[in-house]
Every structure is written in structure tokens, then in C-alpha cells.
Write a protein that binds this ligand. Structure first.
Ligand SMILES: Nc1ncnc2c1ncn2[C@@H]1O[C@H](COP(=O)(O)OP(=O)(O)OP(=O)(O)O)[C@@H](O)[C@H]1O
Ligand SMILES: [Mg+2]
Length: 309
């Protein structure tokens, strides 16, 4: 079973601490922690936690990206990237110990030159043809056309089931190509459908409209759980109580869980329970720590499931 995950806008999340932040002066910093952002890489990491291998692909800027490759090597995540110009974007968080305040400085990231985008499209065509599942997730850096994800969905759909987790115009254009699965959160879904929702029934009605072309739709709603639509049915899941840790990777855990549920032939209700349990357990963990398979299987029966449509 081959699974391909795509990360086109990776980043380094670096947290440093200083005794006192001297604006316009020098502050000596100590590194507190470094995390790697990249939604496709996160999905590969979740799948690895579940004992499932995948191949991570995308475009990686040459400068500063060595730690990401070291990380994937350590986690034994197979990878095949186009190496581009520029530096990996860094999101710097500066913790000022004198005030306990955090100042964030987020880099924009390089504009990717067309030749690297074309090289990636060739690599993607070759890799996706060998994979049964292709997970396309996250934002795109500058330089990509508004229908880039739509083109990827079209290419991969020839041989694979495509799972898409993105936002805005890329999502709007890509659903025209009928991916197998989408997982917007409620804000992304609202933006896609161009309306606000007051009730679960209204959300379910719009999910069913899309379900004519897209076999599997998940709308995640943070601590309120998620709605799942498959074969003309909609169910809602509600998480169990947790002590909140961090929302980092909650959505990605859900996407990874959906792929795991697919390849292990879980039925509709079991899939919804499992995916919600994975998102919820990840939200209960600090930083970029993610759920484990065993705890998800042990806790999934604690997820409340209701039929909406
Ligand atoms: N505070 C929370 N309490 C319980 N469960 C949560 C919480 N936050 C997230 N989850 C779980 O994780 C799932 C996905 O979360 P969410 O809807 O926030 O995804 P997202 O906005 O796509 O996140 P991401 O930023 O990772 O893309 C939810 O459906 C829920 O099961
Ligand atoms: Mg998300």
C-alpha cells in the first residue's frame, strides 16, 4: 500500500528565550525548541506513529532545510523532494523572560521559481502513479498558480484516491476535479460555500450537495468535534473531555487517521470515531506531539456519535 504526502510550504518553527528583549539593541538568545512545520510531513509522521509508511514529497528550499531532512531520516520517513532556491521560512518566537511575553516574527518564505514548480509537477506525476493514496495538504508559497492543487488532483486521480486539506481559492478550484476526500475546518468550509452556518443541519445539507462529486467529506470543528459525510449520510462526532495541550497537528492527525481507517477498511462510524479520537488526543498533547495508535483505539468508544442526515 503506497501513500504519498505532499508538502509545498514547509517551515521551521523556532522558539528562543532572552533575559530581556532589547528593541533596537542586542539580545542574546538560547534556543528553547525547534519544530518542523509542514502539513504533509505531519501526516507522514502520524502515519509512521501508526506503523504505516508513506513517501513525503514537495519542494524544499536549499537554505536551512538540513534539519528537516535529518528529522525525516531519524523518523524513517522516506522522502523525495525538489530542492529549490531560497531559504526555508522560519517562524521565530521570542520569549522575553522579564515579562513572560512572546514576540513572533514570521518570514514570508521564498518565491518559488517556475523551473522548480515544473520539476515538482514531473516528480509528482511519477510518484503519484505508484501510490494508491495521495495526501495534498497545506498552503502554497508565492509563485504558484491558483489552480495548482486542481492540477495535482487531476494528475493523481488517474491512479490514486486523493485526500485534500487546503483552503481558499486552491480548495475552490481543486474540488472541481473531484478529489476522493476533503477535510476543511468549519471556517474553511464556510468560506468555500460562501455562507455562515447556524445549525448542524445546514452544514449537513451543504456537505450532501458536495457529496454528489466528492465521496468523503469531513468538516472539523475544533473542540466541538467534526461532521462526516459518506454515501449520502452525515454523522456528527463529539469529543470526550480533555485537558487542552496544543492544537498543533490536530487537523493533520485527523487526516492521517482517515488514511489509516481507509487502508484498514474501517466502517463509516468506526472511521469517524477513530479520526475524532486521534484529533482530540493530539489536542491534549503539548507542542507538536501527536497521538499514538493504541490510545486512539482504546479511547474511540468515548467519542459520541449522532446521525444528522
Ligand atoms: N480543543 C479541542 N478539544 C478536543 N478536540 C479537539 C480540540 N481541538 C481539536 N480537536 C480535535 O481535532 C480535530 C481537528 O481540529 P480542528 O477542527 O481544529 O482542525 P484544523 O482547524 O484543520 O487544524 P489544523 O490547524 O491542524 O489544520 C477536531 O475535529 C477534534 O476532534
Ligand atoms: Mg486544517
Amino acid at each position: 500500500m503506497n501513500i504519498l504526502t505532499v508538502t509545498l510550504n514547509p517551515c521551521l518553527d523556532k522558539t528562543v528565550r532572552v533575559e530581556k528583549l532589547n528593541i533596537s539593541g542586542l539580545s542574546r538568545a538560547e534556543i528553547e525548541k525547534v519544530d518542523f512545520g509542514g502539513k504533509g510531513i505531519n501526516v507522514s509522521k502520524i502515519l509512521k506513529n501508526f506503523g504505516t509508511d508513506s513517501i513525503s514529497t514537495g519542494i524544499m528550499p536549499m537554505g536551512n532545510s538540513r534539519p528537516v531532512f535529518d528529522y525525516m531520516a531519524k523518523k524513517e520517513i522516506e522522502n523525495d523532494y525538489v530542492i529549490s532556491n531560497g531559504f526555508l521560512r522560519t517562524n521565530l518566537k521570542v520569549l522575553d523572560l522579564s515579562t513572560n511575553e512572546i514576540t513572533e516574527i514570521n518570514e514570508k518564505g521564498p518565491e518559488i521559481e517556475e523551473k522548480y514548480i515544473n520539476d515538482f509537477a514531473d516528480k509528482f506525476t511519477r510518484l503519484s502513479a505508484m501510490c494508491e493514496y495521495v495526501v495534498i495538504s497545506g498552503s502554497l508559497p508565492r509563485g504558484f498558480s491558483e489552480d495548482f492543487y486542481a492540477k495535482l488532483v487531476e494528475i493523481a486521480s488517474v491512479s490514486s484516491k486523493v485526500i485534500l486539506d487546503c483552503d481558499g481559492i486552491q480548495l475552490k478550484n481543486a474540488i472541481e476535479k473531484k478529489p476522493y476526500m476533503i477535510k476543511p475546518n468549519i471556517y474553511e468550509f464556510s468560506g468555500l460555500m460562501g455562507r455562515e452556518y447556524k445549525t448542524d443541519e445546514e452544514i449537513a445539507e451543504d456537505m450532501l450537495k458536495l457529496n454528489k462529486d466528492i465521496p468523503c467529506i469531513i468538516v472539523s470543528m475544533g473542540e466541538d468535534g467534526a461532521m462526516f459525510c459518506f454515501e449520502g449520510q452525515v454523522i456528527k462526532t463529539t469529543p470526550f473531555e480533555i485537558e487542552f495541550g496544543s492544537s498543533v497537528c490536530a487537523g493533520d492527525s485527523m487526516v492521517g487517521a482517515m488514511v489509516y481507517a481507509e487502508i484498514n477498511d474501517f466502517d463509516f462510524e468506526k472511521t469517524a470515531r477513530f479520526a475524532t479520537a486521534c484529533g482530540t488526543l493530539t489536542a491534549s498533547k503539548k507542542g507538536s506531539e501527536v497521538c499514538e495508535l493504541q490510545e486512539a483505539l482504546e479511547n474511540m468508544d468515548r467519542i459520541k456519535v449522532e446521525k444528522v442526515k
